[in-house]
Write a protein that binds this ligand. Structure first.
Ligand code: AMP
Ligand code: ZN
Length: 120
């Protein structure tokens, strides 16, 4: 589908991960999404879910991305279920002030320990 078509930006680390140019521990992938372990894990389970197509953040999502979002959340649920998580948190940082450091859309899937609220 057109909205799943991969794009590639050579200066984007997550485009490079999606292209297999930077080794990561992949836990799930299909034609639209890649899920891999965060290199700086903040919980026993800390997985990043990215679209293969480059989007800088959730602020660039449009109605045309409905299938892509469904694919990301379906994959995160699958990984959470396979890990046997009793509960988990899904979050995405949008912009520098929110703590975004990689400007390719990604969702953090965190679990395996109690979560505090609100996040810092
Ligand atoms: P954020 O701060 O929300 O943009 O999250 C970026 C996340 O990407 C951080 O949790 C980093 O630890 C993670 N990260 C950056 N580079 C890599 C990499 N090469 N492999 C795995 N995780 C990465
Ligand atoms: Zn990218």
């Amino acid at each position: 589908m057109a909205d799943h078509a991969p794009t590639y930006q050579a200066d984007c680390p997550f485009c490079r991960i999606a292209a297999g140019e930077i080794p990561v521990e992949v836990v799930f992938q299909d034609e639209a999404v890649v899920l891999f372990n965060d290199i700086n894990s903040k919980a026993p389970t800390h997985v990043l879910a990215i679209p293969r197509r480059h989007l800088a953040s959730a602020s660039e999502l449009t109605d045309a991305d409905a299938d892509l979002l469904a694919a990301l959340f379906r994959a995160m649920r699958r990984v959470a279920d396979e890990a046997g998580l009793k509960g988990y948190r899904i979050l995405t940082n949008v912009g520098l002030e929110a703590g975004q450091s990689v400007f390719h859309l990604h969702f953090h899937l965190l679990g395996g320990r109690p979560m505090a609220w609100p996040p810092g």
